[in-house]
Design a protein around this ligand. Structure first.
Ligand SMILES: [Zn+2]
Length: 77
């Protein structure tokens, strides 16, 4: 198993986690190891978290205006 990831791969994994939900444990382990060794990627993660919060707020605002039913399907595999 390859646990060393490049910064580019780590960034992709972070965005994938935001988009599709929790990552498998081996990806999470690789992320954790990389975060300890890298200065840049923890900042990227913080920025992504900030953006996600802003997006969630924006969604709340737009939901108040519209009358679309909440479709909260989460596939767990
Ligand atoms: Zn990195």
């Amino acid at each position: 198993m390859r646990l060393r990831r490049t910064c580019k791969e780590v960034t992709l994994l972070l965005m994938q986690a935001q988009d599709q939900g929790p990552l498998p444990w081996w990806d999470r382990l690789a992320l954790t190891l990389h975060m300890k060794a890298c200065d840049a990627c923890p900042r990227v993660r913080d920025q992504l978290a900030l953006m996600q919060r802003a997006t969630a707020q924006w969604r709340r605002y737009s939901d108040e205006g519209g009358s679309s039913p909440t479709d909260d399907r989460s596939d767990k595999g």
